[in-house]
Each structure stands twice: as structure tokens, then as C-alpha cells.
Design a protein around this ligand. Structure first.
Ligand code: NAD
Length: 434
């Protein structure tokens, strides 16, 4: 089957690569000429473990191509996936659907045969019906169906998540379109991964409800962590103790500096806004958003307290600035709140991140970049472990402490313990919820 994917960002690119690995013929289209040129040279424009190899083998097999030419790409395509961005709309918190509608219109104008138009982007309930209106208006004689197929992959584990999903969600009405979707996902169906066929609205809501629920777990455990700090208690034990309950589950119960990334912040906000449009309270999600903002502020206070209540003139090394490990994505990373707040309070900041520098250089002005934790830690007054990259999980703490002017650590991912730190020569150590 021939598939076209519009948008070669984290989702479009990974989907395109994986669909080609299923054996389909895939053409990936983007408007960004630089991205397409790099892809055509075999370069992967994002950091995602394992992606380069899967891409290379499918390009070599002739199943995967990249182009700027939408009209040529669409010739003979049976399905067109819209995988463009849906960022927060400036000023009001709604999802900005401009890219989705623009892509839908362009596809409609360049299609001259039946195709299934599939929205993979995360879009609020009701959007797929609007996509159908946009397509009909742009090309009134075109035969087509719309399908909602939200994506659940996680950056850093994207290939595995796409190839071994917990489930695939397909919102579809027409049998003809359902058959096309069944054909596309046949390799997953054969391996007994659950495929949830439902209506358009349910599929759209599933995506937001899933993200809001996961964000809720994070904000919840972060609030309980604050209680542990105030009243005594160890959040790691608490998380374990509640997570072993099968009804709760242990995932997303790690206390830390708050969630970030390209999805949770914008999707929780958009869910609240969508609910407002329907006059439905969405109080839990609203609170989750507020708690997450407060957690980041709490972390700033924690670091300043560690440094004696005033960071003026102090040098602080930040270990990890991407929103999580194994990605170069800096969107809504906690570092983007915490670093400027520390700078404003008078600290000078050093940064080390295995993949974050390219994006981070423009997003974090006036910081000094280092290659490793020991270089960054040389002569500083505190280190802050902000993103739990593997290389920060097994630090030689003694070596780090010896290099520092004042061996103090804020371990915002609870990787180490007060005991480890003290034994290694740290004079002060704080973590989250312990
Ligand atoms: P992204 O910003 O990384 O990529 C979007 C791409 O679309 C860009 O390369 C852009 O140039 C291209 N584009 C925009 N308009 C275009 C057009 N008209 N024609 C061709 N190309 C066009 O976005 P992303 O992170 O991949 O997210 C895409 C969607 O998937 C969003 O709705 C997001 O919420 C959702 N999603 C993302 C993730 C994730 O981990 N990033 C996970 C699940 C779902």
C-alpha cells in the first residue's frame, strides 16, 4: 500500500519510517526544504535512538522516500497521514489547528482519487469533522474519508512504542476506510497488539484523556512528595507502595521537577479549553496544570535554599536540560523555567546535556556549555541534576565533589541518596520528597 505522511517531525518521521518497515511504500512530505534535503542525504534531523538504522534499511529497500513535492507524492496514495504540529495557540491555550487545516486543504487540492485522510496529529474533539469540511470545500468532487488515528509514542522510545504499541486507536466511520486502516496496521494485528476501532469523537478524546491522566499521576505524586518533605516520609517508598497496587500501577509516579515536553503541557491546556467550549468543568486537569507550574517554582526555591538562601554570584552547573532523557526535544522542558529563574536570582549557569545543546543554545541564553558533568562541575557552588540521562546516573560523585568549589547537590530526579552524597564528600544534598 502506498502511504503519504505530511510532516516529518517526531511523529510524522517515526510513523513514516515504521510504516515503511511494515512493508508499505511511504513518501514523507514536509515544507521544510532543509529537513527534506538532510533526510535525502540519509541524515536524521532529530535525536531518537534506533531511528537511523530503520530509516536506512527502508530507504535502501526503496520503500521510503522524502520530498517537498506534495502533488507527486500523492499520486496513487491510498492513505494520507496528517502529522503536523498542533502547538498551543498564542494567547488563549487552545490547540492551534492552523497547520492541520492548511495541510488538509493542500492535500485536497492535490488529490484526484479516493484516499483516506488520517489525522495523526493530536487534535481536539470535533476536529476530524472540520477536516472533512475543509477537504470538501477545497475539492468538492473528491471522494475521501477521514480517520482519527492519534499517536501515543514517547520520544526516546519511539520506534519500540510504534512497533509494539499498548494499543492502536482508530476512529473511523466508513467500512472502506476501516479496511484501509486494517491493511496498514495488519502487521500489528497479526502480532495481537490491540486495535481499538471507535468513532471519530471517542478517538480524539482518548488521546487527550490519556495524556491528561498521565499528567495527573505526575502532579499527584509531586504533591505527595511535598507532603513527604514537610511531614517526613520518602516518596520513593510511597511511590513503590502505591504503585504495586495493580489498580494504580507504578509508572508515572516518579517525583521530580514537573512534566514538560511537546505533549503534556499543551494537551492538558487544550483539554481544559475544549471543555470550556462545551461548558463542561475540567477541574482536575486545570489543577494538574497549576500544580505542575508550582512544582517548577518549588524547585527553584529548593536550589536557592541549598545555596544558603541567596545565589547572587554563585556558579551552578545544570546536568541535563532536555525535558527527559534520550531526546533532544526542549519543548516546555522544566529547565526553561528553572534556569532563567536562577539567572534572575543572580546565579551564573553552566550546562551539560548529551543532546540538548543544539536546541538549548538559543533557548537558554547566557549559559556556558560543557561536554561532561566533571568539566561543568569544576569550581562551581552547586550542581543540579535536572534530567536523568544515563551518563548522570552513574557519576563518580567523589570526583565531582572534589572538583567543586562548594560540593552541594540538588538531585531533582532522586538518582542518588543523602548517604551517597555525604560519603562522597558533598556538604549538602537535597532531592525531591525525601
Ligand atoms: P513537529 O513540530 O516536530 O513536526 C511537525 C512537522 O510538520 C514540521 O517538520 C513541519 O515543517 C511540518 N509541516 C507543518 N505544516 C506542514 C504542511 N502543510 N506540509 C508539510 N509539512 C508541514 O511536531 P511533532 O512533535 O511530530 O508533533 C506532531 C503532532 O503529533 C502534534 O499534534 C503532537 O501533539 C502529536 N504527538 C507528538 C508526540 C511527540 O512525542 N512529539 C507524541 C504523540 C503525538
Amino acid at each position: 500500500m502506498k502511504i503519504v505522511v505530511i510532516g516529518t517531525g517526531y511523529v510524522g518521521f517515526v510513523s513514516g519510517v515504521c510504516f515503511s518497515d511494515f512493508g508499505h511504500e511511504v513518501v514523507c512530505v514536509d515544507k521544510d526544504a532543509d529537513k527534506i534535503a538532510r533526510l535525502n542525504k540519509g541524515e536524521v534531523p532529530i535525536y531518537e535512538p534506533g531511528l537511523e538504522d530503520v530509516m536506512a534499511r527502508n530507504v535502501a529497500a526503496g520503500r521510503l522516500t522524502f520530498t517537498l513535492d506534495l502533488a507527486a507524492a500523492l499520486a496513487g496514495a491510498e492513505a494520507v497521514f496528517l502529522a503536523v504540529g498542533t502547538p498551543t495557540r498564542r494567547g488563549d491555550g487552545h490547540a492551534d489547528l492552523a497547520y492541520v487545516f492548511q495541510a488538509a486543504e493542500e492535500v485536497a487540492k492535490n488529490l484526484n482519487h479516493y484516499a483516506v485522510i488520517v489525522t495523526k496529529s493530536t487534535v481536539p474533539v470535533g476536529t476530524n469533522r472540520k477536516v472533512a469540511e475543509v477537504v470538501s470545500k477545497a475539492n468538492p468532487t473528491l471522494e475521501f474519508d477521514v480517520v482519527s488515528n492519534p499517536e501515543f509514542l514517547r520520544e526516546g522510545a519511539a520506534i519500540n512504542d510504534f512497533m509494539r504499541p499498548d494499543r492502536v486507536v482508530v476512529g473511523v466511520e466508513a467500512d472502506r476506510a476501516k479496511d484501509v486502516m486494517a491493511e496498514i496496521y495488519r502487521p500489528l494485528f497479526l502480532r495481537e497488539f490491540p486495535i481499538v476501532y471507535t468513532d471519530l469523537e471517542s478517538a480524539e478524546i482518548i488521546k487527550y484523556a490519556a495524556n491528561a491522566f498521565l499528567a495527573t499521576k505526575i502532579s499527584f505524586i509531586n504533591e505527595v512528595a511535598a507532603l513527604c518533605e514537610a511531614a517526613g516520609g520518602d516518596i520513593k517508598s510511597v511511590s513503590k507502595g502505591i504503585g504495586l497496587d495493580g489498580r494504580i500501577g507504578g509508572k508515572f509516579l516518579h517525583a521530580g521537577p514537573g512534566y514538560g515536553g511537546s505533549c503534556f503541557p499543551k494537551d492538558t491546556q487544550a483539554l481544559v479549553k475544549t471543555a470550556e467550549d462545551y461548558n463542561v468543568p475540567m477541574d482536575i486537569t486545570k489543577t494538574v496544570v497549576a500544580v505542575n507550574a508550582a512544582v517548577k517554582e518549588r524547585m527553584v526555591g529548593k536550589i536557592i535554599d541549598l545555596c544558603g538562601g541567596d545565589v547572587t554570584g554563585q556558579r551552578i552547573a545544570i546536568l541535563g536540560v532536555t525535558f527527559k532523557p534520550e531526546t533532544d526535544d526542549m519543548r516546555e522542558a522544566p529547565s526553561l523555567t528553572i534556569v532563567p529563574a536562577l539567572q534572575k536570582a543572580g546565579a551564573s549557569i553552566r550546562v551539560v546535556d548529551p543532546q540538548g545543546r543544539h536546541e538549548g543554545q538559543t533557548l537558554l541564553p547566557d549559559v556556558e556549555w560543557f561536554e561532561d558533568a566533571y568539566g561543568a562541575g569544576e569550581g562551581v557552588d552547586a550542581v543540579v541534576l535536572l534530567t536523568e540521562w544515563n551518563e548522570f546516573r552513574a557519576l563518580d560523585l567523589k570526583r565531582l565533589a572534589e572538583a567543586m568549589a562548594q560540593p552541594r547537590m540538588a538531585d531533582l530526579r532522586n538518582i542518588y541518596s543523602a548517604d551517597d552524597a555525604a560519603k562522597s564528600g558533598f556538604s549538602a544534598y537535597v532531592s525531591v520528597g525525601r
